[in-house]
Design a protein around this ligand. Structure first.
Ligand code: UN1
Length: 495
């Protein structure tokens, strides 16, 4: 932590205990903030906003570029910290830092491209245009599974847009948050006259997220987490007409058609369903296999699942680390029991290394073959469980695929152009992310990230997601001597 600039004192004696899912050990006790601390952080961020919004956008981009440099210099250290605090394997921890570096590059470039349109006016001597302005303080709420990349998507865009931010990370991953906050402060010190409160972090539980949602001085709340959390926060934000970017539960599906390359599909499915121990919101959870490829693909998957190295995420060669904790393990076992009651044949799913690490929760990823989609399949279980179902007709498979409440990410594996186009069409997948011949997870930052229905509808990261972080003004400018009214209205005062 010293390498990031976090003092020893910040790691001991606080009210928030931090345990590593790798072995269950207590690794730190950090401060536990209150609602009053949240209020103070918002106040400071609001004052900083008054200054920050006047800094030219390319200068704001320079801060984000420097932050990206800090990340590059500490990629390995931060990747390790992510692995220790979340249990994801080191490769994926490093990937998460790379995702942060990438969004910093994107945002630095974006800082010179926050442009609006110029539009023809119906009135002579008039011109219309759109200008984009900073919005205010953004409240950013993130989950344990991507403890820093999702924050970075928001922070990098927020800062170049001229907003300031208050971040409430998951209470399970405060160390990653303290490290990133320290690196952002370090980058800010490299420039002159950057207000110190452009970014702040508050540590604690759901009450802090609720405080951000309710605070009228936070015009935008960007929240990632469960649909349950989104349901609690969204009405509070809406009540005060705040803006929300919600990235909630996913229940992602893939369809494998008769022409698919099965070796490629099997590799993609393994990464998407078992990788990150099934703890990405984009993880693959539902698989629809055409009856003609069912047996062969299942044989490949079972062979891969039987061998996939589960273990210490910091050890070279491990592909699946532990679950985040006991509750995740119990909910996985409950879902598997329910699936069995629905007639599932379950392969894998058992606990591993219980003797070695009684307080850590390692599992073998599970495959559950089901005759049809039952309520347990329609629910998101945040663990490596892949429900597998057989189909005959593609239209029916697409209907089943869309027959869940969530709408984040989806895939089709096919070499048939017509099938691929159908899946991507308006009559195809109803998700925010629709892929062909790759799994549903592992999106690049260049695209807009998010999903439909109970996933919340928000979009973060690349493309034009920045527009939600800014206020649009439509300007009409009259450079003529006359005053023609729009719609041809005549309103001449009597002389
Ligand atoms: C998440 O799980 O909340 O597309 C984010 C992916 C990653 C981001 C996942 N780039 O899987």
């Amino acid at each position: 932590m010293a390498e990031f600039g976090v003092s020893e004192a910040a790691l001991t004696g606080g009210g928030l205990a931090v345990r590593s899912p790798v072995n269950g050990a207590l690794i730190a006790e950090v401060r536990l903030d209150t609602k009053a601390d949240c209020e103070r952080a918002v106040e400071a961020a609001d004052s900083a906003f008054r200054i920050w919004r006047l800094v030219p956008a390319p200068k704001r981009g320079e801060l984000v570029r420097l932050f990206g440099e800090e990340l590059r210099a500490r990629k390995s250290a931060l990747g390790h910290l992510i692995a220790i605090e979340t249990g994801k394997i080191l490769q994926e921890g490093l990937g998460e830092v790379q995702e942060m570096i990438d969004i910093c590059g994107f945002a630095a470039g974006l800082s010179r491209q926050l442009y609006g349109l110029t539009l023809p006016s119906e009135r002579p001597g008039h011109r219309m245009m759109e200008t984009w302005h900073p919005l205010g303080v953004a409240g950013v709420i993130t989950a344990f599974n991507f403890p820093v990349a999702v924050w970075a998507w928001n922070a990098a865009i927020t800062l170049v847009c001229g907003d300031t931010l208050v971040w409430k990370p998951s209470e399970k991953t405060p160390l990653c948050a303290l490290a990133c906050q320290a690196l952002l402060e370090r980058a800010a010190k490299r420039l002159e006259s950057i207000p110190s409160a452009v970014g702040a972090v508050i540590l604690g539980g759901p009450e802090l997220g609720e405080a951000l949602a309710a605070n009228p001085r936070v015009p935008l709340v960007s929240a990632t987490g469960s649909t349950r959390m989104g349901r609690a926060l969204a009405p509070r934000i809406a009540q005060r007409f705040g803006r929300a970017i919600l990235e909630l539960g996913g229940n992602n599906g893939a369809i494998v058609t008769p022409t698919a390359d099965l070796a490629l599909a099997a590799r993609a499915i393994l990464f998407a369903a078992a990788g990150t121990a099934g703890q990405r919101c984009t993880s693959l959870r539902r698989l629809f296999l055409h009856e003609s490829v069912y047996d062969e693909l299942m044989a490949r998957l079972k062979a891969a699942y039987a061998q996939i190295p589960v273990g210490n995420p910091l050890t070279d060669g491990t592909l699946v680390g532990p679950l985040i904790g006991r509750a995740a393990f119990e909910s996985m076992q409950e879902s598997l029991s329910e699936a069995r009651r629905d007639g599932a044949k379950v392969f894998g799913g058992e606990r591993l290394y219980e003797d070695l690490w009684p307080e850590a929760f390692y599992v073998r990823p599970a495959l559950a073959e089901l005759p049809r989609q039952t309520p347990v399949v329609a629910r998101e279980t945040f663990a490596p469980v892949l429900y597998v179902m057989r189909y005959r007709d593609l239209d029916a498979a697409i209907r089943e695929h869309n027959a869940v409440a969530q709408g984040l990410a989806s895939s089709i594996f096919t070499r048939d152009l017509g099938e691929a186009e159908l899946f991507m069409s308006g009559a195809g997948s109803d998700c925010g992310i629709v892929n062909v011949n790759i799994g549903p997870s592992g999106a690049e930052i260049g695209g807009a990230f998010g999903g439909e229905k109970e996933t919340g509808g928000g979009r973060e990261a690349g493309s034009d997601a920045w527009k939600t972080y800014m206020r649009r003004a439509t300007n009409t400018i009259n450079s003529s001597q006359g005053l023609p009214l729009a719609q041809g209205i005549r309103f001449d005062a009597p002389r």
